[in-house]
Design a protein around this ligand. Structure first.
Ligand SMILES: NC(=O)c1ccc[n+]([C@@H]2O[C@H](COP(=O)([O-])OP(=O)(O)OC[C@H]3O[C@@H](n4cnc5c(N)ncnc54)[C@H](OP(=O)(O)O)[C@@H]3O)[C@@H](O)[C@H]2O)c1
Length: 283
């Protein structure tokens, strides 16, 4: 039975993974931030005191893109130095690392889906800090999976899907930007891919893209949420171009999925995954 540790277990991805594990197939240990702070190497090492881990899944990150512009040091401390700590300990203890990264390592200028071979050029502090984390892993480890994903949503925490549902339930009209194109990704789909990597245990190491299939704008994403949740409220979602944010965001960050699908099969369309999660939401 594979023994797996997970950091950042109280985040939306960490919680979703907990929903999907079958305790007969895996031996999982989940560590929230209060149990293991990845920026504190001693705290991190203590999690490895229990021997025999096959995989470490890192879901811990500084994920507030807006705040990262102001709290640059903290974003880098967690997304770069914290990840370096994990990579060092994984290397010492020969534990394979599955680390989650982001479409925001790209600048969005390509306007065609980004493959894992395309040059990175992050345009905000969050993206820069996540890229630095990726580079540490590549420098320190051979046995790693870096999964770049985009626009995550789930039933947990604070995310776009939950925000839109809560606003329309309160009859609030929303202006949503049409300026960025990307792909909403369900944490449930990503959790299944992570479990697949652990189960098959022989996927080639390296960088993988993971999102749903297809692309849309945040406006299209919001419309699809409302269409599934309460179609009568579709008129509450209005398109806007001028949506001011503190952090610059890539205007295009669709990920090329061919290589991932070669190993994993065809990925769900973004609309199908939204439908699935909203059905859960309603039950
Ligand atoms: N959300 C997205 O749209 C998106 C898009 C692309 C990629 N990603 C990547 O996907 C991964 C999962 O994201 P998510 O949406 O699940 O994030 P999330 O919900 O914000 O969860 C991140 C978790 O990391 C924990 N954490 C923060 N600093 C830590 C530290 N120093 N030590 C240990 N834990 C720490 C947080 O704890 P507290 O809650 O206590 O702060 C939180 O539980 C991240 O690597 C993120 O960069 C996310």
């Amino acid at each position: 039975m594979k023994k797996v540790m997970v950091f950042g277990s109280n985040g939306q991805l960490g919680k979703t993974i907990q929903d999907f594990i079958n305790k007969d197939d895996f031996d999982f240990r989940f560590f929230s931030r209060s149990e293991v702070d990845i920026t504190d190497k001693n705290s991190l090492k203590s999690a490895f005191n229990e021997l025999g881990f096959d995989y470490c899944v890192n879901c811990a990150a500084y994920t507030n893109v807006e705040e990262a512009e102001k709290n640059i040091e903290e974003a880098f401390l967690i997304n770069a130095e914290g990840v370096k700590n994990i990579a060092e300990v994984c290397s010492d203890r020969q534990v394979k690392l599955i680390h989650v990264s982001t479409d925001y390592v790209f600048d969005g200028e390509k306007r065609k889906p980004y493959s894992t071979f395309d040059s990175t050029n992050p345009i905000n502090q969050y993206g820069k800090s996540k890229l630095k984390g990726e580079l540490y892993i590549q420098e320190l480890l051979k046995n790693y999976y870096i999964i770049r994903t985009s626009w995550l949503y789930s039933l947990y925490g604070k995310n776009f899907l939950k925000t839109i549902i809560s606003k329309i339930e309160n009859d609030i009209t929303l202006n949503v930007t049409t300026q960025e194109e990307g792909t909403p990704t369900s944490c449930a789909d990503l959790a299944m891919f992570i479990l697949h990597i652990i189960t098959v245990d022989d996927l080639p190491y390296g960088i993988y893209n993971f999102s749903a299939n297809g692309s849309t704008t945040w406006f299209g994403f919001a419309q699809e949420i409302v269409r599934n949740h309460d179609t009568k409220k579709l008129d509450k979602i209005l398109p806007t171009k001028s949506f001011k944010t503190f952090a610059k965001r890539p205007e295009y960050s669709v990920l090329e999925l061919k290589d991932t699908e070669k190993y994993y099969g065809v990925l769900n369309s973004w609309k199908k995954s939204i439908k699935t999660i909203i059905e859960h939401y309603k039950n």
